[in-house]
Design a protein around this ligand. Sequence first.
Ligand code: KIV
Ligand code: ZN
Length: 519
Amino acid sequence: MKTNERVLIFDTTLRDGEQCPGASMNLRQKLEVARQLEKLGVDVIEAGFPCISDGDFEAVSTIARTIRNCRIAGLARCVENDIRQAAAAVAAAGDRGRIHVFLATSPLHREYKLKKTKEEVLELAVRHVKMARSLVEDVEFSAEDASRTEPDFLAQVMEAAIDAGATTVNVPDTVGFTTPVEYSQLIRYLVQHVSNIKKAIISVHCHDDIGLAVANSLAAVGVGARQVEGAINGIGERAGNAALEEVIMALKLRPEAFGFAPGAKVVNINTRELVKTSRVVSRMSGLAVQRSKAIVGENAFAHSSGIHQHGILAKRETYEVIDPTDVGWGETELPLTKHSGRAAVKTRLEKLGHVLSEEELTQVFERFKRVGDSKKFVYDDDLSALVNDSLDTHQGKWKMALLQFTAGSGTKPTATVSLEKEGKVYTDCAIGNGPVNACFKAIDRITRTRGELVDYAVRSTTAGQDALGEVSVKVQFGEGGNPVSGKGAASDVVEASARAYLNAVNRSIVLEEMNACRK
Ligand code: KIV
Ligand code: ZN
């Protein structure tokens, strides 16, 4: 194997990642994630599925207009209108625009979903790859459910897709069913049986249903795959996609374990941006990162046992295989205080990847001043939490205007809430089994929703008694739907809880509107 070969990193956080139940990002949030992915240095950003809704189209085209250093992909089914829309959405990226066409190839999907024969599937794939290639130079073809497709038929489809103009061929393990040995055998089979395979890059796209997405992706790299698709924090449909931060660090740390020369530079990624990227994705998607998550979890480099601590102090490598600073831990600057001015806050926000309009900055600065009054230092994590909280109420939806509550032994917990929508303020009050519950009920009354809390977690953004409380909720609206997540931050946990709940209410309204568009 050549030592100068590289593995391309294809990030689908904004497409497959966003399909994660409970996640939904608005345009501003998607753009912020895309900007951070650009800083991280991923090769391809799959920005969305343009034909699925006007919102998706707008997100892909805005990202294509804004991002300058990554390829921008738009997903399309083998349907002419999908391909036309994907081409229009990525047009602003010029020759960095990619159309990603997919079609299921497995017997199960052919028989029950597509109701098509092998010949029909082959013809559809070829026709639509040709069409995509007539619109852009960079075309990826994905054989959905490839890992459960007959290998000889898969090879036939891949060969035909490359002949039709596909420059990348993707072998998705759509349902997360394969294993490292089996998947590497399949990739090897394709390398040996697709006669024109050298004209395309082999890509892998693994889901994590049995927890093997990263292992499967790396096994495929070991036998010749040169693009890995995945999402930051491993978010995605069902159990998620391969966690890109893990794939990236495994390839950086152990190139020799995957067929490269020891010390070879396999990925072109600025790994010091990994922790920041994880946080941006978590804040923007509303999906918390597990504390023990490899690379980016709070505990990933925390050593609690005395023996380990002693070892680390004597020599870091005794219990750490990665230097935490290599992935961006510990890169904090001096905290801001209430005396910091608007310009200082703006500069720090920009460093953190938050590009705000003047109006948005005003909103965040007002919250910053309030927090600064009750807290000696305002840390970067506090600031990011405030940005997320202040601007995450989705344009035109409900905004918190006032919150008052009383609680204590011998009193009935009561909350009065005022919410603002399109310039009008609505007020209501409610009694609950605690102040948080009373706030949720008052919000329900104003917004005419009825949410059932299915998950609630609170954490402090930083250490210290004056830390901001950041609350994550999952709320079920109506029967049968997926729970919607929400986040809120404030010095007071009851206020943070009310903000998180309101965030979920706003997200559920956006999701409902998006679903209505798709029908
Ligand atoms: O999992 C899958 O098969 C996909 C394709 C659209 C690539 O997400
Ligand atoms: Zn997928």
